[in-house]
Structure formats: structure tokens, C-alpha cells
Design a protein around this ligand. Sequence first.
Ligand code: O2Y
Ligand code: MN
Length: 547
Amino acid sequence: MLRNGDSLTLNEKTYPNCYLHRSSPNDVARTEHLTFICSPEKEDAGPTNNWMDPEGAKHKVGALLDGAMRGRTMYVIPYIMGPASSPISQMGVEITDSPYVAASMRIMSRMGKIAMDRLGSSSEFVPGLHSVGDLDPLRRYIVHFPQEKLIWSVGSGYGGNALLGKKCFALRIASVMAREQGWMAEHMLILGLESPGGKVTYMAAAFPSSCGKTNLAMMVSALENQGYRVWTVGDDISWMKIGEDGYLHAINPEAGFFGVAPGTGLKTNPNVMSAITRNTLFTNVALTADRQPWWEGFNDAPPPEMINWKGERWDSSKGPAAHPNARYTVPAKQSPSISPKWEAPEGVPISAFIFGGRRARVAPLVYESFDWKHGVFLGATMASETTAAATGDIGVTRRDPMAMLPFCGYNMADYFQHWLEMGKRIPHPPKIFHVNWFRRGADGKFLWPGYGENVRVLKWILERIEGRGEAQETRIGYVPARNGLTLDGLSISTEALGKLFEVNPEDWQGELEDTQQFFAKFGDRLPQELRDEHRRLAHRLETAVSA
Ligand code: O2Y
Ligand code: MN
């Protein structure tokens, strides 16, 4: 990689064992429209996935893969998703012609000898075949065969398209395995909240892209002086099985963080800024004159001289210096916030699920579901407003149930049913909450400071888990009672607080209509319990309007 110029060594003094990799400029992000679920029946992929019939997919994509690696080095990557000795972990083998993928998989999974030792002579692994092909987006396909538990990917060398252990295996294929075998594979961070006595309570949270998932997982708590500290178990994916103690136990199947660099800085995520100063692979970031990585949001002002992500001399007329989806790939153990339990074979017991989205209006700062079924409804109706970086559109509301829309390997109606079934089977199910850090006031400004201050919301969630948090019932769920949220040391007006928790019946009416439309996509396959929850919410809101 260094020889052919795709990758460069960074400043050995300030960034030891760090590299910059530049991808092809037409291969810079996951490509949902080229991602397919190839179940034998189209209905089993559902209305939210692209579908190809398995035979057709093998023919079409097989033709592109045929001979694609000729003249290149083929890497065989045996890997474990999850801690090496955990019974919740799973094995995969990726075949690839990309050294960048091999290097990234070394960070993101437990790979090589450790995986061969676990695999032994077993044939129980998920095979993945990957070739960068000719990198032409017109010949790019990421196809999943859920019945065979098989992944093929051609035409991209980037991220979720190419590191097959991550989204392809740990979410799309694993979600199918989880449903078949009675466990959960979720697009969730896992964190531990330490309270003053030293006890740690674990929570898993699902947010769509651009909602600060990694920042929450690695948060430096604003209440550290009161004994509340956040520990990171994982920042993206959670695999959970019911433990002998009746709790849902979660592992992080990954070994590293593949995070978005732009917007990451000392103010937003000091832990990751410390982690990425060694053994880190940067992709599509800018390069300073002294060979250090840089991106928008790194610090307040760009250095005077830089090379942009495409390798050109940068000036501000050329747009951002780093690509908006530029990445760092860093071993998780390097984060100062990494939990001592992050590799516990038995996983960590989950006491709360947190769903969230980016909503300028509608959703309060935090609310708790009435029960599991209502919580599944909150997850199933989750939505977020797009940011420019993600789609080019600003402020368009996208439904993204449980943040799994692009990652569920089967019909999402069946996925909702699986959630409902799990609720019946878990003796001590997590409580379910919804948060929104992004509500805005009439002046368009954010009402809540976010980042480390979000620990105040986690503290209330913890108190609810422990049965002591004060709450007030509203039409949509429980919100913190007056004085329920710890606000000392934070300057926030009573008016802003009122707005943060407002449940506006008109906004919610719009929400009801939108969710109705979204649910209609699933036809008869949508579980009756979710229709009932929708009706109940409509009824509660109607009484609010007539009152
Ligand atoms: O653009 C990509 O290929 C990466 S997408 C990604 C990376 C890390 C964690 N989450 C995501 C995501 O899209 O959810
Ligand atoms: Mn993700």
C-alpha cells in the first residue's frame, strides 16, 4: 500500500504507527442502493430492502467476480466477531484482494491465528467474498444470502461495503441468525454508567447516522465530580443473548472503532482524540505540512498548508479538506474510556435500551415507554432529520426503526415481531427510553447543550431503572418530574426546559399520520401489537386535544 502510493506514513513522532489511506474518489461511503438481500422470496426481504433472487444474484455478481482477482494478492482473513472466548461471538472468513481491507479487519476484528485457533476444524463460519473489482459504481454490488449465511461484495473497497464483518455480517446476516436462534443483533452502542458507589449499569442505544452515537458511547461525563462516569463497551453494534441470570447480556462484536473523523475534536470527543494518536488507519482525511491528519472540526482553524483528501494542495475554495465521510480506524482498547468489561466473555447485562433521533421539534429530551410493547413501538417509529453531510438534503424526516433500516437482513415487519417475542422471553427485560438531544427553540438554536451534559439524562434513566427516579406521566410516556433531572452546574432557563419536554398535540398528530404511512408499507405483515400501540397513542392524543 505504501509502495503504490494509496497509503502514506504519518508523523512517526506525533502519530506512531499511523497511516493515511486515500480511497478512490468515487468510493467514499456505504452504498445502500447497491446493497441487496437475496432471500428466496422477495417478501422475506421486505419493503425496506433491495432484493435480488439468489440465483440471479449469483449469476450477475458471479460474472463480475469471475477472474476479478487475477494478478492481485488474495488475502484470506479468518476472524472472530466478539471476544475470542465468548460463547456469544461468531466466526467469519473474508477473502479479499484489498490490502486496505486486510489491514482494517486486523483492527476491527480479532483476526488471524487467534481466529484459526477458535475455528479449529469447524466449518461454522460466515464466508464473505470481496473484490474491489474495477471500482466502477456501475459494477458495484453488495449482496447477502441470508438462507446460506453468505456475503459477496464487488466494486468497492470502502467501509461497510468491504469490511464484511461489520454491517454485512454483524448486522444483516447476524440479524437473521438472531431471529432464527432467539437472540438480538442490533445497531446499538453499549455503555456502562458508573454511579458514586462504583456500581456500573449498562445501557444499549440505537441512533441513526449523524446523531452522535460514538460521542455518547465515549462521553466524558459532566457529572464526573459527582461520581458519574461513562465506560465504553462498544460504539456501533451489539449482540445480545438471554443470560442465566435472566438479563439480556451484550457483547460488542467489534474490536475497533470505524468512526467519522469530521466533527470529531477535543470538545466533541476527547477520548477518541486521545485514542487515535497511535496505531490508527485514517481514510480520506487531509494531511498537514508536518504529516499529521486533519479534518474539519479537528480544531478551530485549518493549518496554513495542507493536502486535501484527494492528494491535492488545499485552499478553502476547493471545499472541505477532508472528505465529509473521512474515517479513523482505531483499536477500541486505546480509548481511555474503554470498559474493563468490554471483552467479558459473558457480556454485560443490559438494563436499558435507548432509542433516539435528531428532531428539531416533536420529541422531548427524554421519555420512558409505558412497557415493552410501547417501547418496541418507540423503536419502530424512530425517525431522524437528515443533515447535509448524510444525504444532501437538510431536515427531511426519515423513519429508521431501531436505526436498522439499512441493516436488517429480513422483512422489518418480522423484525418487529421478533422484538415483541423477545420481550416475552426475557425475564428481566431492559426498560426502554427515547432521547432527542437536538430539539430547537423558536430562535432555531439547540435547547440542550449535549455532549458530556447528556450524562444528566443517563443519570435519570439509571434512577428509573433503580425505581427511584421521579417521573411525570404524559400522553406519550413518562418524562422526568419537575426537578427530576440533575441540573446543578448547568445554566438552562426554565423556559428552555419547558420547551425541551413539551408534548405538542399538533406535532404529534403529524407524527401519527407519518408513522401510519410508514407502517402501511408492511401491509398485513405488521404485527397487530404495533397497530394497537398506534391506536392507543392516537386515543391519548385525541383526549389531549379535546381537553
Ligand atoms: O460509510 C461507511 O462505509 C461506513 S458507515 C458506518 C461506519 C461505522 C459505523 N456506522 C456506520 C453506519 O452507517 O451506521
Ligand atoms: Mn453504524
